[in-house]
Design a protein around this ligand. Structure first.
Ligand SMILES: [Zn+2]
Length: 302
């Protein structure tokens, strides 16, 4: 039997052969983009009409529903960037693993899971994957006859031993011994106050290792700050002669992006460049706010 009628399979094959029109290409691109980016801002009325044409009404309603849910959960830029590195195959396995590790530490710290964060931060096996040794710098603080202020300054001294080297992480280990009693030692894996003082510094050294692996920064704000004339001029100085360390700025910018308000004050005090960065952020925000206000006033006049 021979029929001029094409089978559905043949019809499909013919459709596949037909070259897509320019409009179809644009529609396809828009759809792919909208499906990929869970950003509600991409769903302008124009995009919605395009999508209704390409993927249909029902699919569009479904899409809006998922997008609304996604935008309700505030996406954090630092976590987004880390997630990118977790999944990015081009970055390679070391970077994938380190990104996941740092993300897990951040989540544990934010959840107050000090023991989990602690175990991750001193994990020699993960450091080894990235070709680094962990070198513990232990300091036990006898609290006998000491004020809280004195104890704090000893904790500060202990955590200043934290340092990143190529191939090695010097990590502080701090314990406070009530009346010099080891059996009742207060440690960052169980004590919230000590955890908040010590663990962000230990994480800092892991992030330095990561910065070197990616040859870049984790916070967008560090790149923005780097473009300012103030930093451009500063970076011309010879190393060790007042040249700011942008990796140290980035640590501050990351914790700022994460909203870790309580650790920022201590972190800012440690480097002049972080103080300049904070000024830059405040000035930028004020400018943005003024610009927005200007726009509203302008509109009201007309
Ligand atoms: Zn540092």
């Amino acid at each position: 039997m021979f029929s001029h009628q094409r089978t559905p399979k043949q019809q499909q094959a013919r459709r596949n052969l037909r070259h897509p029109t320019r409009q179809e290409e644009i529609d396809e691109k828009l759809m792919r983009q909208a499906l990929k980016e869970p950003d509600a801002r991409t769903l302008t009325p124009g995009v919605l009409i395009q999508l209704q044409r390409t993927i249909g009404n029902q699919a569009v309603s479904q899409l809006i529903k998922t997008k609304t849910q996604a935008s309700v959960i505030q996406r954090n830029p630092v976590k987004d960037r880390l997630l990118h590195f977790v999944q990015d195959q081009q970055s390679g396995q070391v970077i994938n693993t380190l990104a996941q590790h740092i993300l897990s530490v951040i989540n544990a710290l934010e959840g107050g899971q000090w023991a989990t964060a602690y175990n991750l931060l001193y994990d020699r096996a993960i450091a080894k994957i990235a070709g680094h040794k962990i070198n513990i710098k232990a300091l036990y603080i006898d609290d006998t006859n000491k004020t809280q202020k004195e104890i704090n300054s000893e904790v500060d001294r202990a955590i200043s031993k934290g340092m990143y080297f190529s191939g090695r992480l010097d990590l502080p280990e701090v314990a406070i011994l009530p009346n010099n009693d080891f059996n009742n030692a207060i440690t960052p894996d169980t004590d919230a106050t000590l955890a908040k003082q010590v663990l962000p510094v230990v994480l800092e050294e892991w992030i330095h290792m990561f910065q070197h692996q990616i040859q870049g920064y984790l916070s967008r704000a560090t790149y923005d700050f780097e473009q300012t004339p103030e930093v451009q001029k500063n970076q011309m100085l010879p190393e060790g002669q007042g040249r700011w360390n942008m990796n140290e700025v980035d640590i501050y910018a990351i914790y700022r992006d994460l909203g870790w308000a309580s650790v920022l004050t201590a972190f800012k005090a440690r480097y002049k460049e972080r103080q300049r960065f904070e000024v830059f952020k405040i000035v930028t925000r004020t400018r943005q706010e003024n610009a927005q206000r200007g726009l509203v006033i302008g509109r009201n006049r007309h």
